[in-house]
Design a protein around this ligand. Structure first.
Ligand code: NAG
Ligand code: NAG
Ligand code: NAG
Length: 347
C-alpha cells in the first residue's frame, strides 16, 4: 500500500501510479463491456417457452361445470419457468400441425408437463406432443436449435414417441409416490444436463430425498434396449423406490437438445399437505437447477414473435390462474383453457 503513503517528494511517482490505476480500471471496464456484448450476441436473454396443456382432469371438470374447460396447465410449471428468467406461452391441444409449427417458429423451447392423461385420446396431449417432437427434430436437423424438456408424463411421452406410439406403450407399470435421491450413472459428469451443475446441487440430489416421484409408470433400461433407444439417448441417473423398482430418473438425447426427468422439479411450488412435497432450502436449490438449465438451453434459440403486440397476444398473462388448491386439487393453482374447437379471443 506504499502509494497511499504519499509525500510531496514522490508526487511524480504518485501521479504515474494513479494513471496506471486509471488505465487499469478503464481496461477492466472495457473487457467487462466486451464480455457483456459478446454474451448478448450469443444468447437470447428474453426467452419465451411454450408449455403444453393437457386434457382437463375429471375432478377439475366437475368443479367448473359451467365453464366447460377442456384443458389446463398447472401453474407450478409456469412459476418454475418464470423463476428461471423466461416467459411462458400456453400451447393448446386439439390443434392441427400448422398451429404447432407456426407457434414453434416464434418460441424458444417447449416444456411437456407431467399430469394424468392417456396417450391414446385423439387430438389430445399425446397428439400435440408428437407434432411438437417431430417439428423440433426437423428444426434441429436444419441447425435451428430447439430444446424440449419433458417432466414425468412428458418424459414418458418423449420416450414413447421415440419408440413409435402403438397399442402397447413402451413403459412399465410401477406405482412410485415418494421423494427419492438420484443415483447418477457413469458418465453423467460429461452429460449436457449435469456437466455444469454445481457440486452442492449434485450432492443434495444424490444424498437427500428431494426429487418428487408421482408416477404410475416407469421407463426402465429394458424399455430403451427393446427399441434400441440407448443408441440415441443417454441415461444420466436412476432412482429406486422403497418397493425396489429401479427406473430411469433423468435422460437426454445425444444429438438433439431434448431432456427428460421422471421426477417433478416444479413441485416445490405445490403445497398440498398430504403430498409431502419437499420445501427445505436444499430441496428448493436442487430442484431449481433443472429449469435454470432448460431455460439456459432455450436462450440458444433466436426465434421471436414478429413484434411486441403479437407476443403479448400469446403470453400466459392473458389468462388468470384459478385457486384450485382450495377445491381439493393436488395443484394449488391452474390455468384453464377454452373448450376444444372454440377459438380463444387471444389465440
Ligand atoms: C361442453 O363440452 C361438451 C363436450 O365436452 C360439449 O358437447 C358442449 O357443447 C360444451 N358446452 C359448451 C357450453 O361449450
Ligand atoms: C386408452 O388407454 C386406457 C388405459 O390403457 C384404456 O382404459 C382406454 O380404454 C383406452 N382408450 C382408447 C380409446 O383406446
Ligand atoms: C422387452 O422385449 C421382450 C421381448 O419381446 C419382452 O418380453 C419384454 O417384456 C420387453 N421389456 C419391456 C420392459 O418392455
Amino acid at each position: 500500500m506504499w502509494w497511499l503513503n504519499v509525500s510531496s517528494d514522490n508526487w511524480i511517482g504518485f501521479v504515474t501510479m494513479k494513471s496506471v490505476l486509471l488505465l487499469l480500471v478503464i481496461h477492466l471496464l472495457h473487457c467487462e463491456g466486451r464480455v457483456v456484448v459478446r454474451r448478448d450476441e450469443q444468447l437470447n436473454n428474453r426467452p419465451i417457452i411454450g408449455v403444453l396443456s393437457q386434457e382437463q382432469s375429471k375432478s377439475l371438470q366437475k368443479k367448473y361445470p359451467k365453464e366447460n374447460y377442456t384443458s389446463y396447465i398447472a401453474a407450478s410449471y409456469v412459476k418454475d419457468v418464470e423463476a428461471s428468467g423466461a416467459r411462458v406461452v400456453p400451447i393448446l391441444i386439439g390443434k392441427d400441425r400448422k398451429y404447432y409449427r407456426e407457434l414453434m417458429q416464434k418460441i424458444n423451447g417447449v416444456l411437456f408437463p407431467g399430469g394424468a392423461t392417456y396417450f391414446n385420446q385423439s387430438n389430445g396431449y399425446a397428439d400435440a406432443g408428437q407434432h411438437i417432437y417431430e417439428i423440433a427434430k426437423q428444426m434441429n436437423d436444419r441447425g435451428d436449435y430447439f430444446p424440449i424438456f419433458g417432466t414425468c408424463l412428458g418424459f414418458e411421452l418423449m420416450i414413447i414417441i421415440a419408440s413409435g406410439r402403438g397399442e402397447v406403450e413402451n413403459r412399465i407399470e410401477c406405482d412410485v409416490f415418494e421423494n427419492l435421491p438420484l443415483r447418477f450413472d457413469h458418465g453423467y459428469k460429461n452429460s449436457k444436463m449435469f456437466s455444469a451443475a454445481p457440486q452442492d446441487v449434485l450432492t443434495i440430489l444424490s444424498t437427500q430425498d428431494v426429487t418428487v416421484n408421482y408416477h404410475m409408470f416407469c421407463i426402465i433400461d429394458q424399455n430403451l434396449k427393446n427399441f434400441s433407444l440407448d443408441r440415441d439417448w443417454l441415461v444420466t441417473s436412476h432412482s429406486t423406490s422403497t418397493g425396489g423398482s429401479k427406473f430411469i430418473a433423468s435422460i437426454e438425447h445425444k444429438r438433439y437438445p431434448f431432456y427428460g426427468v421422471q421426477f417433478h422439479p416444479e413441485k416445490t411450488f405445490e403445497w398440498k399437505q398430504s403430498k409431502n412435497y419437499p420445501h427445505t432450502v436444499e430441496s428448493i436449490k436442487a430442484n431449481r437447477y433443472f429449469m435454470d438449465f432448460f431455460v439456459n438451453e432455450c436462450r440458444k434459440s433466436d426465434h421471436t414473435f414478429n413484434n411486441v403486440v403479437e407476443e403479448n397476444k400469446y403470453l400466459i398473462y392473458n389468462y388468470v390462474p384459478h385457486f384450485t388448491g382450495v377445491l381439493g386439487s393436488a395443484y394449488h393453482q391452474c390455468y384453464m383453457f377454452e373448450p376444444r374447437g372454440i377459438t380463444n379471443s387471444c389465440l
